[in-house]
Design a protein around this ligand. Structure first.
Ligand SMILES: Cc1cc2nc3c(=O)[nH]c(=O)nc-3n(C[C@H](O)[C@H](O)[C@H](O)COP(=O)(O)OP(=O)(O)OC[C@H]3O[C@@H](n4cnc5c(N)ncnc54)[C@H](O)[C@@H]3O)c2cc1C
Length: 298
């Protein structure tokens, strides 16, 4: 185990919980739904609700997770301002690709019957190929499914060009996982420049980019570019994480008639939220610094 991970593992739960606080809707599905309602009523912010607790290994736990996703579909159905996000590592990928596909297919199929969109999140580079295979198999069958691409990976341009021929909703972000320089950009400006380019490439290829970043200058540059090109405002959307304070620009985006969606994670148990945050902090040690920086913003 590397030293950074060992230190993060030793961090007391109370401290991690303090760090996690602003980013997590709370405990239980109801808290996720409540938060989705709150942000919609307060500022017309849409949401993608996410269950924390990836890396499920035991079959019985995978099945319990599938059941919970069914409850999530029931809870969110009819709320046109919501969608949901899920991860292959929660849904059986550790057993086999076929088993995972069967599970995600059940969830996406049920969500389709209730007109709810589902995003298959992207995890680290070891899961990129399998996630894209799962996504394409699902997209063959369903319209209500999208996925995520990470602009830090060198492969992403090829992945965009190889997307499903049908229109896809694709969240384009820099990617939270630190990846080695053999496969990924390691400097942020390059990741952001690629993100900017991939928004246009996705649009050119007929897809619907979901632009997930908190970088205000980058967001303004994207908006400026899309407006200059006459791109319709309903051809894309912006996404941010719950808890990152970007109220002013979020308001502006909504006021201008564009879609602004927040990622709203909830946990069944706080221990899952804490484990998730520890993994995120290990994957990206900047997270702690971000929290401190954000505490002192507006
Ligand atoms: C809706 C959404 C879904 C995402 N889904 C995925 C996914 O499926 N797979 C994946 O690999 N990554 C995902 N990400 C994470 C994303 O890839 C980035 O790691 C993250 O958004 C930070 O990149 P940035 O573009 O905001 O730029 P940065 O330069 O990293 O951040 C700009 C500023 O935003 C603030 N900030 C950014 N991130 C955080 C944070 N976590 N906590 C507190 N403040 C922060 C800080 O003030 C920072 O200075 C998602 C992000 C969003 C918004």
């Amino acid at each position: 185990m590397d030293i950074k991970r060992a230190i993060i593992d030793l961090a007391p739960a109370s401290i991690v919980r303090l760090f996690a606080g602003p980013y997590v809707a709370g405990k239980g599905l109801e808290s996720g739904v409540r938060k989705a309602d709150e942000i919609w009523q307060a500022g017309k912010l849409q949401s993608t609700v996410d269950l924390l607790g990836e890396e499920v290994f035991k079959r019985e736990d995978v099945e319990a997770t599938v059941a919970l996703y069914f409850r999530m579909v029931d809870a969110l159905a009819g709320r046109t301002y919501t969608s949901m996000s899920l991860k292959p590592t929660q849904l059986g990928i550790h057993e086999s690709e076929a088993y995972c596909l069967e599970n995600i297919r059940k969830v996406v199929g049920y969500a389709a019957s209730r007109q709810l969109h589902v995003t298959v999140d992207m995890e680290d580079r070891h899961f990129t190929d399998v996630t894209l295979r799962l996504f394409k198999a699902l997209r063959d069958q369903f319209d209500n499914v999208g996925t995520v691409l990470q602009s830090r990976l060198f492969r992403t341009k090829d992945d965009i060009l190889a997307l499903h021929a049908r229109r896809c909703k694709v969240r384009i972000c820099i990617g939270i996982y630190k990846e080695p320089r053999e496969v990924a950009y390691v400097d942020k400006p390059a990741m952001k420049e690629r993100l900017f380019e991939y928004v246009q490439l996705l649009l050119d290829k007929g897809h619907y980019p979901e632009i997930a970043t908190h970088d205000e200058p980058l967001i303004r540059r994207v908006i400026d570019d899309l407006d200059k090109r006459g791109c319709p405002k309903d051809a894309y959307e912006f996404q941010m994480l719950l808890g990152v304070p970007r109220h002013q620009i979020q308001e502006e985006i909504v006021r201008d008639g564009r879609v602004m969606r927040l990622y709203v994670p909830f946990a069944e148990e706080w221990e899952y939220a804490i484990a998730y945050c520890k993994r995120r902090m290990a994957a990206n040690p900047m997270m702690g610094a971000y929290v401190m920086k954000n505490l002192f913003r507006s």
